[in-house]
Design a protein around this ligand. Structure first.
Ligand code: PLP
Length: 370
């Protein structure tokens, strides 16, 4: 008999995402559907736009949510900003930086990769040398919070490099937005995107994205139409702004979810929310070290929202993660790319970032490793 209804088991989501969604967000998704051009739905979109500006700390006019998960935000930013022959420098210190580089190549860009070891931030001095050597770089890209390694790359030095060399700065804030300071205008970042299922604590499904006036200008001055119709930002903006030109049928329930999630972030307050993530993340890291485990990311650059811890010698990765899931109902992540089988990735994002979850995980992992 095929399953006709599905009741998910209770899980505590402490992996690299999705995080646990707030009940108010889940409830928002059960509200009746409206048409995607209904004036009341358009008010919800306007609310999202206004709240996104606050959460992203920007006054950028072009601030929307692309349909699709975080990767849709990445693809929209890269495909719209890179034209064939454009020079692009990508600072890579993990899996997601490499994804940006691959997209820029698919857009026809001439891509220079500047690699740092996985677990360290991108090296600004090496990037600056690469930007200078390439000459005429249009786009410099980095990932703020590298979810594959647990390392933060501070954005400010790259904003300075981009400014001094006349390049646009693209920053992936999929894992940081809503959990760590993201200050788009103060940084001077030109294109920033995120996702909903990490520190915003909504289901995966739309991707916040903002473009500075400079970046928007570059999009509008393209000589060739961008290589994606669905994620063409000029078409998407014409739906999100007062023109309201039909482009796609908006994922109505996901927009409700984003609206509720952003309201929750602002009710908590950005500073308070960042401090909560910081406190819980550092408590988890201290607890793991007290158990004799080794944290993978370089000290001083460890993300509070995603911790990578090395799997001890002789311990079987999947057996421990399986036991955590099936005996304790806790999901954590395995390693990605070159860290596969070498680290566990423990998320404390959004609703999942609580002192109770820190203690539950330390207690359960402690029992399994005894
Ligand atoms: N960028 C980073 C830093 C991520 O962590 C992720 C997802 O984990 C993505 C991009 C891609 O987002 P998604 O899986 O929602 O498409």
């Amino acid at each position: 008999m095929p399953m006709t209804t599905f009741t998910p088991p209770t899980r505590i989501l402490m992996g690299p995402g999705p995080s646990g969604a707030h009940p108010r967000v889940l409830a928002a998704m059960t509200r009746p559907l409206l048409g995607h051009l209904d004036p009341d739905f358009l008010r919800v979109m306007d609310g999202c736009r206004a709240m996104l500006r606050e959460v992203l700390q920007t006054e950028n006019e072009v601030t929307i949510a692309t349909p699709g998960t975080g990767t849709s935000g990445m693809e929209a930013a890269v495909m719209n900003l890179v034209e064939p022959g454009d020079r692009v420098v990508v600072g890579i210190c993990g899996y997601f930086g490499e994804r940006i580089a691959q997209m820029a190549e698919r857009a026809g860009g001439e891509v220079t990769r500047v690699q740092s070891p996985w677990g360290q931030p991108v090296d600004a001095a090496v990037v600056e040398a690469a930007v200078r050597a390439a000459g005429g770089v249009k786009l410099l890209a980095i990932v703020h919070a590298e979810t594959s390694t647990g390392a933060e790359t501070p954005v400010e030095p790259f904003a300075r490099i981009a400014r001094e060399h006349g390049a646009l700065l693209l920053v992936d804030c999929v894992t940081s937005l809503g959990g760590m300071p993201v200050r788009v205008d103060a940084w001077g970042a030109d294109a920033v995107y995120s996702g909903t299922q990490k520190c915003l604590s909504a289901p995966p499904g739309v991707a916040p994205l903002t473009l500075s006036p400079r970046a928007w200008d570059a999009v509008r001055r393209r000589e060739t139409p961008c290589n994606t119709w669905y994620l063409d930002l000029q078409l998407l903006e014409a739906y999100w702004d007062e023109r309201r030109v039909y482009h796609h049928t908006a994922p109505i329930s996901m927009v409700y979810a984003l609206h509720e999630a952003l309201s929750l972030v602002l009710e908590e307050g950005l500073e308070t929310r960042w401090a909560r993530h910081e406190r819980n993340g550092r408590a988890l890291q201290a607890g793991l070290e007290a158990m004799g485990l080794t944290l993978h990311a370089q000290a001083g650059y460890r993300l509070p929202v995603l911790t990578t811890v090395r799997i001890p010698e002789g311990v079987e990765d999947t057996a421990v993660r399986g036991a955590l899931l099936h005996r304790h109902g806790i999901e954590i992540g395995g390693g990605l790319g070159e860290l596969k089988g070498r680290v566990w990735r423990i998320g404390l994002m959004g609703e999942s970032s609580t002192p109770g979850n820190v203690l539950l995980l330390l207690n359960a992992l402690g029992k399994l490793l005894r």
